[in-house]
Each structure stands twice: as structure tokens, then as C-alpha cells.
Design a protein. Sequence first.
Length: 216
Amino acid sequence: MNIKQLVSAFEAVATASVADAVDKVCGKRGYMDHELKPRINEKRIVGPAVTVLEGPTDEFVPPQHALDLIDECETGSVMVIAIGGERDVAVWGGLMTAGAFANGLAGAILDGGVRDLAEIRRDYDFPVIARSVSPGTTLGRHKTLDANVPVSCGGIEVNPGDIIVGDIDGVVVVPRADAEAVLAMAQEIDKRELEQARLIVELKSLRGGLAKYGRI
């Protein structure tokens, strides 16, 4: 499957099912820390990751790698910014949102803060999942170090091209090499859960539904 087909298919699968499928297929956790939450709206974010790495500095320099990537990445990409879980500065704001919105990015996942919430909600309704909300700037505190390299975000390794699935349930990273296998298992989990839920309602018994499918 090509990337567009994968993204379209993952958009129709529950985030929890994707997390369970990554557990089984990849043998490791794929979901990020619970502190990363939607801060603008409840829109779902699904797409291939483009990554930015930030680190401490006392220089007053713009986040150049992120700015360049917003203009250069493919439509539908998901910006993932790693800053080591820094809660008290914003790595994303109104101007970066304007660029991301104009260039058709699917959303942003931030291991740090976001600011300008009112502006983003009012003007763009662009989905952002972030560790925190902070008015503080990165200028004089952090700078971008590199782009489209492996990073750690929300406690999970993210490589460029990995599939990001994020919503009010959390954020899951699907390794690109395992994406088709994870998708197939997640779809099967979704199907079985739907059948199980219907059976529970029909029988008026949680135990009855669990007895047949053996899953909760």
C-alpha cells in the first residue's frame, strides 16, 4: 500500500485498536505519554511524520529547521517536534500554524508547549496535540538542531515516515515498516470489538460477551 492508502485506512480505525496492534505486531509500546493532549480541538491527526529536534541554547535564533520543514514537507504530513518534554516553553504558535495550515499539514505533535491558542482556534482550527500550554518563547532557551531525523517524543521513538495516529484517546506511532501488518490487526480488533459490543447489548451481559471473544 502506498502512503495515501495507508493514511486513509488508518483514519477509519480506532486509536486504541492501533495501540493494541502495535503492542502485538511490534512487541513494544507505541503510544505516547498521557500528558500529550489535544489543545485546540478534537480533530483526529493521521499522517506520516516529519520530525524536528530541539535542544537548549542561550542564542536568540528562530526555529529554522521547523520553519523550513513546514514549507518543504508533503501535504498531509504530521509535524513532530521533540524538545525533551520541556513544558514551560512553546515550540509552536500562531505563525507556524499559519504556515502549516497554508501548506496542508495534517497536524502537529509536540513534546513541549503550544501558545496562541485563541488565534489558532479562531483562524485555523488546526489540530495540535501538545504536552503543555505555555506563553513562553524558545528564543534564548532552545533552538532547532536538525530535521527529519529519529527523535523521541512523548517517550516513543519517531522516525520520519512513521504513521502518526492521534486524537482524544492519545497518540500512537506506527513504524513505517510494520504499518500494513499493524493496520490489518487493528482492523480485525475493531471488527471483533464491534461484534462483541453488539453481543453484550443483545445478551444484556458483559460476561457473556467476554466469554465468546475473550477480549476486553
